[in-house]
Structure formats: structure tokens, C-alpha cells
Design a protein around this ligand. Structure first.
Ligand code: DLL
Length: 434
């Protein structure tokens, strides 16, 4: 069995990795300075110019980028290559309705797919495998990323996209899929359906590559035992390319970060101070091989710990733990990123007030989201029928903002408990971070 997709890179010495990083970082910095007015302005505001940066040791001098910057620069402001060099965009939800848009040149896609191919090979994938990709295709990066990686490894690729469980199971059985790529919650749902249908013995799966949302070790064990597979974690975000920023190997003790493409730092989310490797903090990534949309010091808001130890798989890239939470209020529901601010925008646009509460739960393996919003004095005098019509209208508006169904209920005035401090907008009953 192949152990690595790019052995010389994945097992390179720490000195070699550092050399690559230094060279590529300085290159990317020059490229961004020359071509990206937005980041150049940020650097000048911080009083730093490329001449102040001699190696990655000086990286701390550079300003951070956040999702707010992406929003401010939307849609083209953070590009570092001409549009004519770009061949693709991918996108995900942003903080207040403006989506995050990431751009790729042909080469950017090629390197991104390499990262996904590494993940597939690390999960035991070879050209003999049948890879069933049930991450969403389209603007979401999950489907396209793993699809490209699967092609690179030479696997037979089933571009299923998400949903339509009947069809997923039929292909899984008929085409004898061996590797499943989807969110962990969908994997758990598929496992449940397989058992209900009594087709467990017809399934040939051996591995799963699951990510895009938080999942616990307990959930891993559960999926592994119900499907008879090894379940591997994969991490990434649209801003940095998509899945494959980091991936798990056979040791299953954290995800190797593709350090030839990304430099990782951990910082204190409150103060922004860089923390020593090994301390829990917010992950900050610098992409060092991208042309169209390289981000320098991008704050992910994901909290994790880095571990640089010898790994039995032979890979030398640093490992990140499973994300242990987020330093902002982003929720991931059914694999979709949802910000409370998006919900608030819809409610206010629909003439309601900010007296609302969001309740997130997981029933079985399926996430649910309910939004309770207090009625306004005008609505109070309306009939039940009119209120139901309003609820349906808001549900529709919510669906088009969030991309997922959220049950909206208009509740009695003053029924949502007022807080003396920060309003408790979100009640998340799921236990996602173990
Ligand atoms: O979720 C990319 C992806 C697709 C990763 C498929 C893995 C598999 P976004 O939609 O931009 O991109 O969401 C990124 O999702 O900042 C994390 O908070 C969360 N996330 C991604 N992977 C994991 C994971 C894709 N393995 C945001 N565990 C990130 C926990 C994850 N959270």
C-alpha cells in the first residue's frame, strides 16, 4: 500500500521544511506587497515594509487578517493576481451576510488538490479505490477539493454531492465504494440508514475522511464501529483553499498541517500575542504557495494545540489537535457556517426586533436550528393565521440567507429572558468539542 502521496515532501527534514517556508514566505510577501493594495495598506498602517522582514522569524511584525477584512475587501480587494489568471471561485458564508469569496489560479487548484490527495493516501487510498464524495459540490470547497484529490490519486471518483441518502447507499453498494468523504454527521446518518436497511454486509467501505465541522473521539469510535472503517479527520477552510490544510494519518492523533504550503502560528485570541508551540490558542495561517488569494497571518478563530513530535507514520509536518472550539460565535450546522449576525440581519429586515434566541440541537445525527423571536406590538393584534404566514415568510428569508432550513417561531412579547450582561443569543445543546 502507498504510504505517501508526495513522500519527499511529507517526510522532509525540519531543516528542509524551514528552508522551503522561508523562501516561499518571502516570495509570497513580495507578491502580495506588489499586487495587493489592501494588505499593503494594512502593512503601512502597522509601519512595516518588506525590507523589515528577513525571514519567517520576522513574521510577527506583519498585521493579521480576519474575516472582517475579507468582508471589507469583498469581492476583489484581497486578490493578488489579475482576474484573467483566475479560473475558479469557491465561497462560504461570511459574518453579516457578505460571503467569503476565494479565488484560484490553475496552479492554486493543482496544489490544493495535492493537499487533498495526501489526505486520501494517508487514509489508505490507492488507484484501486472507489471514493464516494458526498461533501457538497458547488461553492462549498468540500466536494471539489476531495474530488480533485481523488482524481490525482487515480481513484474511481463518485461525485455524489450531499443528500439523497437512498441514492448514496445504492451507489455505495453497487459500485463497492471503499472510501467515504463527507461530514462526520452525515457519515453517522449514513451508518444509521445502513443498519436500518440491513445492508451492513453489502458495504465495502474501509475508510472515511470526515471534516468541515467539529466531531468528538466518541463520534469517531461510533462511526468506525458501525461502518467497520477507520475514520480520519481532515481540516481546512475556504479562505485558505478548502479541505486539506491538515489531515490525519494512520496514528489518528491529530492532523498533519501541510507545512510546505502553510505556516501556522498559535496566538492568544484576546491579546493577539504569539504563543509558544504546544500552547492552546487560535490558529493563524499564512499561505505561502498561492498566487490568486494568498492570505498572510489569517486568523481562523479555531482554537487548537500544535504538537511537533516524531510520528509513527514518518511524516514530519507539525500536527494540530482537533479544533477545541472557536473564539468567535460562528456555528457550524449541518456542515454550514452560520453566524448569529446573519440571523439578526434577517429578523431586522423583516421588521422584527433583536429579542431573539437561537437554539441548536442534534437529534440523533441531525442538527436542528430553531429561532424564537418575540412578536412586535403590531403583530400582537394579528390573528394566528397572519402570524403563521409571517413565520413562513421569515423562514423563507432565513433559508435564502443561511442556505439551510431553520424553524422560526414568533413568540409572545417578553418571553425571551432578558440578560443583565451579554444577551444569550445562542443555546447550543450539542456537545461538539468533547
Ligand atoms: O469546512 C472546508 C472543509 C471541507 C474542511 C471538507 C474539511 C472537509 P469552511 O466552510 O470555510 O471550509 O469552514 C471552515 O470549518 O474554520 C473550522 O471551524 C471548521 N472545520 C473545518 N474542518 C474541521 C474539522 C470547510 N476537521 C471552518 N474539525 C473552520 C472541526 C472543522 N472543525
Amino acid at each position: 500500500m502507498e504510504l505517501y502521496y508526495q513522500k519527499e515532501i511529507e517526510t522532509a527534514s525540519p531543516e528542509q521544511i524551514r528552508e522551503w517556508q522561508n523562501e516561499r514566505f518571502l516570495n509570497t510577501l513580495g507578491h502580495v506587497w506588489e499586487n495587493n493594495k489592501y494588505y499593503k495598506k494594512k502593512m503601512l498602517e502597522k509601519g512595516v515594509i518588506p525590507e523589515d522582514i528577513h525571514s519567517i522569524d520576522d513574521m510577527w511584525k506583519l498585521p493579521y487578517l480576519t474575516k472582517d477584512d475579507l468582508r471589507e475587501a469583498y469581492p476583489y480587494g484581497l486578490m493578488s493576481a489579475p482576474l484573467s489568471d483566475c479560473v475558479r471561485i469557491q465561497s462560504t458564508s461570511g459574518t453579516t451576510g457578505k460571503r467569503v469569496v476565494a479565488f484560484y489560479t490553475k496552479e492554486d487548484i493543482d496544489l490544493w488538490e495535492d493537499c487533498c490527495a495526501r489526505a486520501i493516501v494517508a487514509a489508505g487510498g490507492t488507484k484501486e479505490d472507489v471514493v464516494q464524495v458526498c461533501y457538497g459540490y458547488g461553492l462549498f470547497t468540500g466536494g471539489n477539493g476531495l474530488h480533485g484529490g481523488s482524481h490525482k490519486v487515480g481513484c474511481l471518483t463518485l461525485p455524489m454531492s450531499s443528500g439523497n441518502t437512498e441514492r448514496q447507499l445504492q451507489f455505495m453498494v453497487d459500485l463497492e465504494s471503499t472510501i467515504l468523504c463527507c461530514t462526520p454527521s452525515y457519515a453517522a446518518y449514513l451508518a444509521e440508514s445502513i443498519h436500518e436497511k440491513g445492508i451492513r454486509n453489502d458495504i465495502k467501505l474501509k475508510a472515511g475522511i470526515f471534516g468541515a465541522e467539529a466531531w468528538t473521539e466518541e463520534m469517531r469510535k461510533d462511526i468506525e464501529s458501525r461502518l467497520g472503517i477507520k475514520a480520519y479527520d481532515i481540516y481546512g477552510l475556504t479562505e485558505l483553499s478548502g479541505p486539506g490544510v491538515a489531515f490525519e494519518c494512520c496514528e489518528q492523533t491529530g492532523m498533519h498541517i501541510n507545512e510546505d504550503h502553510f505556516i501556522v502560528e498559535t496566538i492568544d485570541p484576546e491579546t493577539g500575542k504569539v504563543l509558544p508551540e504546544g500552547e492552546k490558542g487560535e490558529l493563524v495561517f499564512t499561505s505561502i504557495t498561492k498566487r490568486a488569494f494568498p492570505l498572510l497571518r489569517y486568523r481562523t478563530k479555531d482554537i487548537a494545540v500544535l504538537k511537533r513530535e516524531k510520528c509513527s507514520c514518518g511524516r514530519t509536518f507539525v500536527k494540530m489537535s482537533k479544533p477545541m472550539g472557536r473564539s468567535d460565535d460562528m456555528l457550524i450546522i449541518k456542515g454550514v457556517n452560520v453566524f448569529p449576525s446573519q440571523i439578526e440581519t434577517v429578523l431586522l429586515n423583516q421588521g422584527l426586533t433583536s429579542n431573539y434566541q437561537i437554539v441548536v440541537d442534534r437529534v440523533g445525527t441531525t442538527d436542528s436550528i430553531e429561532i424564537n423571536v418575540e412578536m412586535t406590538p403590531e403583530l400582537f393584534s394579528d390573528t394566528i393565521n397572519t402570524i403563521e404566514i409571517r413565520e413562513r415568510q421569515i423562514t423563507e428569508a432565513m433559508k435564502s440567507m443561511l442556505g439551510i432550513y431553520a424553524k422560526v417561531s414568533i413568540v409572545e412579547p417578553k418571553s425571551i429572558i432578558r440578560s443583565e450582561g451579554k444577551a444569550v443569543r445562542v443555546i447550543d445543546k450539542r456537545k461538539l468539542y468533547g
